[in-house]
Design a binder for this molecule. Structure first.
Ligand SMILES: Nc1nc(=O)c2c([nH]1)NC[C@@H]1CN(c3ccc(C(=O)N[C@@H](CCC(=O)O)C(=O)O)cc3)C=[N+]21
Length: 307
């Protein structure tokens, strides 16, 4: 393993997101004063998963900070699929609501793909509707999933032009891996999507100028899988027992990424920390998407929100 002479630059997603939310807030204020449109985001959560409750609360607070309307619908985990679909139909028809987010995962008795595809594609601020996935795949304008969009913003801010770079994405989910691949292809990267069946995964990762880890396995990507100087984007948010055995025995946890950070920071050129990297960008991009949805629904040209 050939270590870099200096540790990697940390990519501060938290600071970037704070600035992004400020730009969204300024654009929202102008949208309201010039056109009388106040963007509204509805978040729907089914059941009581404590981690989900925290995300939903953070989203609600940040939405208000950007000057938008924020509605949270908390439904019992016994809610039927038809009841959930009825709420979505009501939100689709509500002219004060421009973004609808149904928090995942949903209880097992509900078919998530049916629910996500019931959201109007124009209000689908998660970008999970099959129509938005198709638009992204063929290069049409649409709503893009927040996490990969946030990763792309960080990469462009750090590296500028990405064309010709080798990008390796580890993970092929519809939520991160696949849309990330589409976005990086759109930037003219040479894209490889690796996954659990990929042969010689460490070698594939070592070919990456840009390595995006989105597998959901704590610290799976080791330092010697990284090309010296590469840019590493760690999408993983994994809760593991505290490093301190006494605290771990008390049930205390800590959050780690999909990358073995301590090793990786000695090899990579730039890396996102966990927490404070990609996670905050997801919420920033959710608000950016809600703003642009409000503009497009009202036939208004959105202001650019890039740095
Ligand atoms: N329809 C839907 N859309 C989502 O976007 C969605 C979802 N369902 N279900 C749950 C996941 C999770 N998620 C996170 C967003 C931000 C942070 C975040 O900001 N994390 C901070 C704090 C991490 C911590 O300390 O817990 C950080 O990484 O720095 C985390 C997780 C959005 N999700």
């Amino acid at each position: 393993m050939s270590a870099q002479s200096t540790p990697a630059t940390l990519i501060d997603g938290k600071a970037f997101s704070v600035a992004l939310v400020e730009r969204v807030g300024a654009a929202v204020a102008r949208l309201e004063s010039a056109h009388g449109v106040k963007p509204g985001l509805a978040v729907v959560i089914v059941g009581e998963d404590p981690a989900s409750q925290i995300y939903v609360r953070n989203k609600g607070e940040t939405t208000l900070r950007a000057g938008m309307r924020s509605d949270t619908h908390r439904l019992a985990d016994t809610t039927s699929q038809d009841e959930l679909l009825a709420l979505i139909a009501q939100l689709n028809a509500d002219t004060g609501i421009h973004g609808i987010l149904v928090q995942l995962p949903l209880p097992a008795h509900i078919d998530a793909s049916v629910v996500l595809d019931a959201i109007s594609p124009d209000k689908d601020v998660d970008g999970f509707h099959v129509v938005n996935a198709g638009r992204l795949a063929v290069g049409l304008p649409g709503l893009v999933p927040c996490t990969p969009l946030g990763c792309l913003m960080l990469l462009k801010d750090q590296l500028g032009d990405l064309s010709g770079l080798n990008a390796v994405i580890v993970g092929r989910s519809n939520i991160v891996g696949k849309p990330m691949a589409q976005l990086l292809l759109g930037e003219s990267c040479t894209v490889t999507v690796a996954h659990s069946r990929t042969r010689d995964l460490p070698d594939v990762c070592r070919s990456a100028d840009i390595l995006v880890a989105a597998v959901g396995r704590p610290e799976m990507i080791k330092g010697d899988w990284i090309k010296p100087g590469a840019t590493v984007i760690d999408v993983g948010i994994n809760r593991v027992p505290s490093a301190d055995p006494v605290k771990a025995a008390e049930g205390k946890t800590r959050v780690v990424g999909d990358v073995a950070f301590k090793e990786a920071v000695e090899i990579a050129g730039r890396i996102t920390p966990v927490p404070g990297g990609v996670g905050p960008m997801t919420i920033g991009c959710l608000l950016a998407n809600t703003y642009s949805a409000a503009c497009r629904i009202n036939n208004i040209q959105p202001e650019p929100l890039d740095a």
